[in-house]
Design a protein around this ligand. Structure first.
Ligand code: FES
Length: 168
């Protein structure tokens, strides 16, 4: 068995899921955004080769799919960690010290400037403009869980709790 044959089943499964998503949306090009959302749920980001497949299957130019993916900040073009930590840096949170949270988490995660995801792909740290929970400022979200009135120490405790749960 050559190397191509050895990797083919894995590649096939990878694309099979995308094809299922496309079929689930009737391969309707007007459903491009929900299709990309479903793909992102599957991979946690939009791999380039998958965007090409979506474009080909819907009969639209890859540039259009790429354009939609870059227009919506919700879409990620690079892989993210298993845990995505979003610290709010909107006005209310900023005034209450959200930058201290970012600094503390960056230091604890060992993320240098410009690097958002840990090398082990466990954590991604981002800032967002407003989480819509200004009464809880400073606020952060870990995947879907909202944490309010979080100081730097509490943020690091949340992080360590996740690490413990993951056996890290
Ligand atoms: S400013 Fe942070 S939740 Fe609104």
């Amino acid at each position: 068995m050559d190397a191509t044959a050895a990797t083919a089943p894995q590649e096939g499964r990878k694309f099979e899921k995308v094809l299922q998503i496309l079929d689930g949306h009737g391969r309707d090009r007007s459903r491009l955004v929900p299709i990309l959302q479903a793909v992102q749920e599957e991979y946690r980001y939009l791999p380039e080769e998958v965007m090409s497949l979506v474009a080909t299957s819907l009969g639209i130019p890859p540039a259009k799919v790429y354009g939609v993916a870059t227009f919506y900040s919700h879409f990620a073009l690079a892989p993210k960690g298993k845990y995505v930590i979003r610290v709010c840096d909107g006005t209310a949170c900023h005034v209450k010290g959200s930058q201290d949270l970012v600094d503390a988490l960056q230091a604890r995660l060992g993320l240098g400037a410009g690097r958002k995801t840990t090398p082990d792909m466990m954590f991604t740290l981002e800032t967002v403009s407003c989480l819509g929970a200004c009464g809880l400022a400073p606020a952060m979200v870990v995947n879907e869980d909202v944490h309010g009135q979080v100081g730097p120490d509490a943020a690091c405790e949340i992080l360590e709790g996740i690490r413990k749960m993951e056996g890290m």
